[in-house]
Design a protein around this ligand. Structure first.
Ligand code: ZN
Length: 160
């Protein structure tokens, strides 16, 4: 069986940035299971897994546009520190959910000043090339429930 739309695929993976630093890995966890062709993974990774089979290992480099987007400087804004009244120990790296014109998103504090706090609405991996080492460890047909939900149930997927 080869990876194609609506197959359930299990992968082991390690994700590194261009400097070789590990950003995420499935090592020490169960493999990640996803429903191929349903937007479960970033598009650039899914596209390069298509057509491959079990036990294959791949090196996949995903450009920012096919990953978490280009870095958008207009998403970095200063807000008055008074908006964070009630948040103890404001610190760089803290994340909040913010509501904006495109719905809710995660913003990260990148600078804490006396009067203002700088928040960055970019995805933490925006602007980065994503370097994946992937091993395909399983491919199976999806169940009718999985197809209607658009994601995998059970091992490595959703439990509900
Ligand atoms: Zn479900």
């Amino acid at each position: 069986m080869k990876i194609a739309k609506d197959k359930v695929v299990s992968i082991e993976y390690t994700l590194r940035d261009d400097a070789g630093t590990i950003i995420d890995t499935s090592e020490g966890r169960e493999p990640l299971a996803y429903l191929h062709g349903n937007g479960n993974l970033i598009p650039g990774l899914e596209a390069q897994l298509e057509g491959h089979g079990v036990d294959e290992t791949l090196k996949v480099a995903v450009a920012p546009a096919d990953g978490y987007g280009e870095f958008d400087a207009s998403q970095v804004i200063d807000v008055p520190r008074s908006q964070f009244t009630g948040v103890p120990d404001l610190a760089v790296g803290m994340q909040f959910t913010a509501s904006g014109p495109e719905g809710q998103r995660i913003v990260t504090i990148t600078k804490v000043g006396l009067e203002t706090v700088t928040v960055d609405g970019n995805h933490p991996l925006a602007g980065q090339t994503l370097n994946f080492d992937v091993k395909i460890v399983g491919i199976r047909e999806a169940s009718a429930d999985e197809l209607s939900h658009g994601h995998v149930h059970g091992a490595g997927g959703h439990h509900h």
